[in-house]
Write a protein that binds this ligand. Structure first.
Ligand SMILES: [Zn+2]
Length: 268
């Protein structure tokens, strides 16, 4: 069954992963700008990273018939350095014009610190100014609930952002209802063992339905599985869900949310 992986860090994956994803039905990916596993030493490091996301990675994906889109920002972890963050924020507008850039992301919070929140708000303001979609990273483990609330409050405070144009990612059982009730989209990131597994994601869909929800693999430099989305499709099929429901969370919903950006088109 065809699918879109709307949150995967292909820069950390091998070309073999592209091949296996294509064989499993992947037609498009979107890659948020994120931490690289180490702190970059200057804004120039981010400039080259953004070039990689907008020039190099789309070419690599195209060899396997996968369309590659991305998001530009400074991530929550490195935004603790406010000076560096502001230099990186200056770089964002020129990249927003690139043909595969869908918006600002993944911005958010890591440890819910004051600096992170300040930089988050500044990037929400950039998204508002340039009319961009937003993809949000929420903190993991015990900081998630508080961080998710801080994030939604900050977006609402901006006053110019429609929550239907913001996807809040890495939701879990204790945050998904909150996110959906306030009009935002929710993303479930599937990890092989820790955090949200394909089985837990299927449970969550059975509890909260399939409106304004998508699934993704994160597929980054840490323990993760670039085939997590098709594995969740198989888990849902095993439980007897209709193909229409499975397609909704793994293809149709990403199409609807991402399609709010005119640059997002699936060929063929
Ligand atoms: Zn990510």
């Amino acid at each position: 069954m065809k699918y879109i992986d709307p949150h995967i860090h292909m820069i950390s994956r091998t070309t073999d992963d592209y091949q296996r994803m294509a064989q499993a039905g992947c037609v498009a990916v979107t890659e948020p700008a994120f931490w690289a596993g180490f702190d970059r030493s200057s804004a120039k490091g981010f400039f080259d990273y953004f070039r990689h996301l907008t020039e190099q990675e789309p070419r690599r994906a195209a060899d396997y018939g996968i369309q590659h889109f991305c998001w530009i920002c400074i991530n929550a972890k490195e935004s603790e350095d406010v000076g560096l963050s502001r230099e990186v924020i200056q770089l964002i507008p020129e990249f927003l014009d690139k043909p595969n850039v869908l918006g600002v992301g993944e911005i958010g919070l890591n440890k819910n610190s004051r600096n992170e929140l300040a930089i988050f708000e500044e990037q929400v303001a950039v998204a508002a100014e340039y009319g961009q979609l937003i993809l949000v990273h929420t903190p993991h483990l015990e900081d998630k609930l508080k961080g998710t609330r801080l994030i939604m409050d900050a977006v609402e405070r901006n006053g110019k952002i429609d929550p239907g144009r913001v996807l809040i990612d890495h939701v879990e059982e204790h945050t998904i209802k909150l996110v959906l009730d306030r009009g935002f989209w929710a993303g479930m990131t599937l990890y092989p063992e820790t955090k949200c597994t394909p089985q837990r994601a299927a449970d969550i869909i059975e509890t909260y339905g399939s409106e304004r929800i998508w699934i993704n693999s994160a597929g980054d430099w840490g323990p993760s599985d670039p085939l997590a989305v098709p594995k969740c499709q198989i888990e849902m099929k095993r439980r007897g869900h209709a193909d229409a429901t499975i397609s909704k969370i793994s293809f149709d919903n990403p199409m609807t949310f991402l399609g709010q950006c005119a640059k997002f088109r699936i060929d063929g």
